[in-house]
Design a protein around this ligand. Structure first.
Ligand code: BZD
Length: 829
């Protein structure tokens, strides 16, 4: 293609720019064309949603053009590519992010104005793509944005769930789950690739056959499902590069089971074929435990097999020798969920490409790296051996062989230490035999990354201690980061332009270290004034949202105090609620004249509980029950409000974070691998109230402990506190608020009993009682700071100024250099 007529091909790059013009008239015409021909509405009458659809298609055209150019350029340059495998991506909305990254937001806003529409209003029409649970999934989305922006030749691979994370409905204060059928109204951000499809096989048997005088294993599968690609272009900021997120959907295979068709049972045959689609139907909403479900395992293998067929096909297009694989391919597995990829690569290299075991193994070990997001050894994924043997018999053989070789190797290093051998084995013996997926990943991957410094320490000392002692060089950490494009530029445009004005440049949007330049202006009265104004406007927007949602009218003079994240006992939303109850109790019991001194607060909590997580659901109910009493108490008035924001997701976060004064990160130390919400608040100048856990320790180093509110036991103090158990005296205030809940002060006495029981002496695993006094002290310090607006605003500016390290750009640079060995490949046209 490129050989003979290079200049002609080069001309093709960016050629579409000539047609896809970005001046206001061209954009208006383009939007109207899409109204008429894509949405098929008359240009004389279309509503906001139809305008959003047309607008999105117009943006999509521009995305596709750059995306084609980028892939053509990657193909020409053939750099080492990164393949990022993740079962979850929480992308949220695409419209605003796309036009900002493409650098054409103002042009579109202008064109829409001319047509009588407002960009912001249309952007609100978009639903979230919520193909993930929480931190892990949003991290993948942030990292895709950074990979594109930094021009890395990367691909994301995932699953196109028909139903994303459930919608949370609150009825009488209880969480109910409803399906999120997000594709109902079409999805303009994806491109269906009917021709990019691969068969994925399941079940069956393994037989031995002779080939060139040798015996080889042949897997005779029992079921075949087709994987069809849906491509989602990811535009970089300030570059023409747009990379691809390829999501797979399951479709019935084209290979018919002739027998069932011939038995005359046509209807059943068709219905059975249709069942194939269920594989990619629904995202598992539990981010805690693994239940060894067949469907989950099917999803994992379906995803892995389709992705690897695609990756190997691309490699083979340009290379005939597999020895080049490690120079051209880096495979990153996001947590252990895609770890079957290891066995699958081995199977393909050995059974299909006929490499011998040791050559295949050497290659496999060079291409895989793995990041763990887990802190608890009990949280590690396991696959029942029987289940794997039925679903993927050949993979089970391969894993056994990997384990056999590993055990032999290990014996030669550590001798006959059977306890340790059995702990490190990939196979867990017991009544039910399991595959320890993390052990498989560590054995094979050249690098194991944690997601913060504290997390790596825990991996070394607890979770993967045995492995760390064996292979210390494999273990590293890359502190998580978030993308400032979505979390500041898209979600907080007024702060974003204030920052640019103050720094005299927009360069911080791709070089976020420049934010440090704000430090020198932190006490400047002019900046402080503008900073306060911007924050106030964001608070107004949030207050309106709260009123619409819950009917609660909140005072703008109050401190907006926020905790939004998945509901987990270890994240201790219960500590927050008990603190609020304590505050309420104090207000009630103080003399009226003293109430003037109370710093008014609006406490905002939001988050989903896994559908089967009973205690988490009780925490949500307690929040509502307490809110009912507090918000309707005339003695309290504007001094304290409690609001639960339902159906927390990415776009809700984009609205809440810029409007928050304080955010809470309360995990019991040693339980949060990193935490990324804190980073989003920090960038937006929201102050943090936090325990020294996960990435908070590093945030403290960047921002300074004086500019945040820290409390509670430290990571290394927690084990001793647990040992002491019942002997530790909990503060009276704690006993009092727990008693209020127990005694039915907020109703639902019996329902809350199991929740209160978790706080009893000796059972308080997450140490709420131990940390309560320190939490209240930190809260008092927050109040004192808030009544001094200059001090507060300075702390706020210094928070943003210190947030540079927590950009996913930095994280991705570190991965690229130290783990993946990839270089930028910027499309120059
Ligand atoms: O990953 C989270 C950790 O809890 C956070 O501390 C960390 O910041 C982020 C990103 O590294 N883990 C998850 O979000 N985990 C899941 O969502 C999950 C999903 C499926 C199964 C198990 C866990």
């Amino acid at each position: 293609e490129f050989g003979e007529s290079k200049s002609k091909v080069e001309k093709m790059f960016g050629l579409m720019d000539v047609f896809l013009k970005n001046d206001s008239i061209s954009l208006q015409k383009d939007i109207l064309d899409h109204v008429e021909f894509t949405v098929a509405r008359s240009r004389f009458s279309f509503d906001d949603f139809e305008a959003y659809q047309a607008l999105s298609h117009s943006v999509r055209d521009r995305l596709i053009e750059r995306w084609h150019d980028t892939h053509q350029y990657f193909k020409k340059k053939d750099p080492k590519r990164l393949y990022f495998l993740s079962l979850e991506f929480l992308m949220g909305r695409s419209l605003s992010n796309s036009v900002i990254n493409l650098g054409i937001r103002d042009q579109y806003a202008d064109a829409l104005n001319q047509l009588g529409f407002e960009f912001e209003v249309l952007a609100e029409q978009e639903g979230d793509a919520a193909l993930g649970n929480g931190g892990l999934a949003r991290l993948s989305a942030c990292q895709m944005d950074s990979l594109a922006t930094l021009d890395y030749p990367a691909w994301g691979y995932g699953l196109r769930y028909q139903y994303g994370l459930f919608r949370q409905i609150i009825l009488d204060g209880f969480q109910l789950e409803q399906p999120d059928y997000w594709l109902n109204f079409g999805n303009p951000w994806e491109i269906e690739r009917v021709h990019v499809s691969y068969p994925v096989k399941f079940y069956g048997t393994v037989e031995e056959e002779g080939l060139n005088g040798q015996t080889v294993k042949v897997w005779i599968p029992g079921e075949t499902v087709e994987a069809v690609a849906y491509d989602n272009p990811i535009p970089g900021y300030g570059t023409r590069n747009a990379i691809n997120l390829r999501l797979w959907a399951a479709k019935p295979s084209g290979q018919y089971d002739m027998e069932s068709y011939n038995t005359g049972d046509y209807i059943n045959a068709v219905v059975n074929r249709q069942k194939a689609e269920t594989i990619s139907n629904v995202l598992y909403p539990d981010d805690r435990s693994y239940q060894g479900k067949e469907l989950r395992l099917k999803q994992q293998y379906f995803f892995v097999s389709a992705s690897l067929q695609d990756i190997i096909r691309r490699f083979k297009d340009d290379h005939s020798n597999f020895d080049e694989l490690p120079e051209k391919v880096a495979l990153q597995i996001n947590d252990t969920h895609p770890s079957l990829a290891i066995a699958e690569v081995m199977r393909v290299l050995i059974d299909e490409e006929h490499l011998d075991w040791s050559r295949a193994w050497n290659m496999t070990c060079k291409i895989f790296s793995f990041t763990t997001h887990t802190v608890q050894p009990e949280g590690l994924e396991k696959i029942p051996v029987d289940l794997l043997g039925t679903l993927l018999p050949r993979h089970l053989q391969i894993i056994y062989e990997i384990n056999y070789n590993f055990m032999e190797q290990l014996k030669s290093v550590i001798g006959q230490d059977y306890d340790r051998l059995s702990r490190m084995s990939i196979i867990e013996e017991g009544a039910v035999k399991n595959i320890r997926v993390a052990n498989l990943s560590i054995v094979c991957c050249h690098t194991v990354n944690g997601v913060s410094r504290v997390h790596l320490d825990l991996l070394k000392e607890r979770v993967f201690k045995d492995f760390f002692e064996l292979w210390p060089q494999k273990f590293h950490y890359k502190t998580n980061g978030v993308t400032q494009r979505r979390w500041v530029v898209v979600s907080n445009p007024s702060l974003s332009s204030l920052i640019s004005r103050c720094l005299g440049t927009e360069s911080w949007i791709h070089n976020v270290d420049l934010l440090a330049g704000l430090r020198q202006h932190a006490s400047d009265p002019d900046l402080q004034h503008e900073w306060k104004m911007v924050r106030k406007v964001n608070k107004v927007r949030l207050a309106e949202y709260i009123q619409t949602l819950s009917g609660v009218k909140v005072s703008l003079d109050a401190m907006f105090d926020v905790q939004i994240k998945r509901i987990h006992e270890y994240k201790r939303q219960l500590l927050n609620i008990l603190g609020i109850i304590h505050r309420y109790d104090c207000i009630k019991n103080m003399e009226k004249s003293h109430r003037r001194k109370v710093v008014p607060r609006v406490c905002i909590i939001g988050g989903k509980a896994a559908p089967g997580y009973d205690i988490a659901k009780k925490i949500i109910k307690l929040c509502h029950a307490a809110a009912d009493i507090i918000n309707n108490d005339a003695d309290v008035g504007d001094l304290l409000k409690l609001v639960f924001i339902p159906d927390y997701n990415v776009s809700v976060a984009e609205l809440v974070i810029p409007g928050s004064d304080l955010s809470q990160h309360l995990s019991t130390a040693g339980h949060e691998a990193s935490g990324t919400g804190s980073m989003k608040f920090l960038m937006n100048g929201c102050l943090l109230l936090a325990t020294a856990d996960g990435a908070i320790v590093e945030i403290m180093e960047e921002v300074g402990a004086d500019n945040m509110f820290l409390f509670g036991a430290k990571v290394d103090e927690v084990p001793a506190l647990r040992e002491k158990g019942a002997s530790v005296k909990v503060p009276l205030q704690f006993a009092r608020v727990v008693r209020m809940v127990r005694d039915g002060h907020f109703g639902f006495k019996d329902y809350f009993k199991p929740l209160c029981d978790t706080l009893e002496d000796g059972k308080d695993f997450y140490l709420l009682g131990d940390d309560f006094a320190s939490y209240l002290e930190a809260q008092a310090a927050v109040d004192r700071a808030f009544v001094d607006p200059e001090k507060w605003t300075r702390m706020s500016i210094l928070s943003t100024a210190g947030s540079g390290k927590f950009s996913s750009d930095r994280t991705i640079e570190e991965y690229a250099k130290h783990t993946w060995g990839i270089e930028p490949c910027k499309c120059p046209f």
